[in-house]
Design a protein around this ligand. Structure first.
Ligand code: AMP
Length: 366
């Protein structure tokens, strides 16, 4: 890798910001392209403020960089293909689109022998009733595209819920999934280098609140680690993937059931900044520029807590032992991720004590 390598990032949200922060010690520079008026990664590099389908802006972007990546998984495929025709784009456009449609994503998992929830496509109100006959109730109705943080979803508990769910999100391609009675939700964060070598972080246990990730805790010797790694490897090798891949699973009956992949660095990996030998952000950059991958080993115990809507008082948080604050420079709004903290400790018992102190000062009561 030459020094001063210029990396283009499609998307300039908090993931781009943390990629930028990880890139500075490696002497790489960044150009971000993002249509949002508030692009919190913009201070970390040059910012092209344009739509993803603006070909003139994309050409300008490609002209300024050595290679490209993305931090937003809903970049339109045409934009990814446009960029990939001009500069190396990692992960490749096929990997980007693999997770954009929940139905074809599940077909991919099934073709690779990875278990998925029972599901059916829904394209009409009558189709919804037919799909319920396949999945049973309870079930979760979701938009096939563009959903995130529980948006574009409705839980069906009884037949009386069908009309309301259809009225809320019908009229676009949908998928109905049987509700998985999970005991845990975990994610496997994998990273694949350009030469095909891979590294895996310990499985992360994720707790959601109202569909939004609340805490993410790396596990130690999880019995499902090997299964998670095998599934992530299958997907990554199939897609000839380069970079960090996040794979979210439900745990039911001691098995992993695939939920979804994100072809990018992921919220459930933010703890790696302080909690792992090499952060997910640095490892993504290492992978895409062609450097050897860094160790994914744990550095003590850690847990990540998202700041949703409001952050705690920074003075109070900073007074707590082992609490590392990350604010994204975003305007606070209900249900918006505006920052996170990683709590670190030498062992699991002191981690719980430190976490309890942080939760006690959160504006929403932890
Ligand atoms: P998703 O956007 O698909 O990751 O869904 C957001 C959250 O909704 C998940 O993390 C789960 O907590 C819950 N959820 C989604 N799909 C299902 C399902 N089929 N069964 C049970 N819970 C689900």
């Amino acid at each position: 890798m030459k020094s001063g390598t210029r990396i283009g990032i499609l998307g300039a949200g908090q993931l781009g910001r943390m990629l930028g922060l990880a890139g500075y010690p490696l002497d790489v520079d960044f150009v971000f392209l993002d249509p949002a008026s508030e692009a919190c990664a913009a201070p970390l590099g040059a910012h092209i403020h344009a739509d993803y389908t603006d070909e003139r802006a994309l050409a300008d972007f490609c002209g300024q960089i050595d290679l490209a990546t993305f931090e937003f998984e809903n970049v339109p495929n045409v934009a990814a293909e446009f960029v990939a025709a001009r500069v190396p784009l990692h992960p490749n456009p096929r990997a980007l689109t693999a997770g954009q449609d929940r139905l074809s994503e599940k077909a991919l998992f099934s073709s690779l022998g990875i278990p998925v929830p029972t599901h059916a496509a829904v394209d009409s109100r009558e189709g919804l009733a037919a799909a319920v006959a396949i999945t049973g109730l309870p079930a979760v109705l979701k938009t096939r595209r563009m959903g995130y943080d529980g948006k574009g979803q409705a839980v069906l508990r009884t037949p009386a819920d069908l009309d309301a769910a259809w009225n809320a999100i019908g009229g676009q391609p949908l998928i109905l999934e049987a509700f998985v009675p999970f005991t845990r939700e975990v994610s496997c964060l994998a990273v694949r280098a350009r030469d095909g070598s891979m590294a895996f972080y310990p499985l992360v246990e994720n707790v959601h609140r109202a569909g939004i990730l609340r805490t993410a805790t790396p596990t130690v010797n999880d019995p499902l680690q090997a299964m998670g790694e095998a599934y992530a490897r299958r997907v990554a090798e199939h897609l000839d993937y380069v970079g960090v891949l996040a794979f979210e699973f439900f745990v039911a009956n001691g098995e992993l059931i695939a939920n979804e992949i994100a072809p990018r660095v992921h919220n459930s990996g933010h703890w790696t900044i302080e909690g792992a030998e090499t952060s997910q952000f640095e490892n993504h950059l290492r992978a895409i520029v062609g450097l050897p991958l860094g160790s994914t080993a744990l550095r003590g115990a850690s847990v990540m807590v998202n700041y949703i809507g409001l952050a705690p008082d920074i003075e109070a948080a900073s007074a707590l032992e082992g609490v590392h604050t990350h604010l994204y420079g975003k305007t606070p709004k209900p249900q918006r991720k505006i920052g996170h903290a990683t709590v670190t400790a030498p062992d699991a018992a002191s981690l719980q004590a430190r976490l309890a102190k942080l939760l006690a000062i959160l504006p929403d009561g932890g």
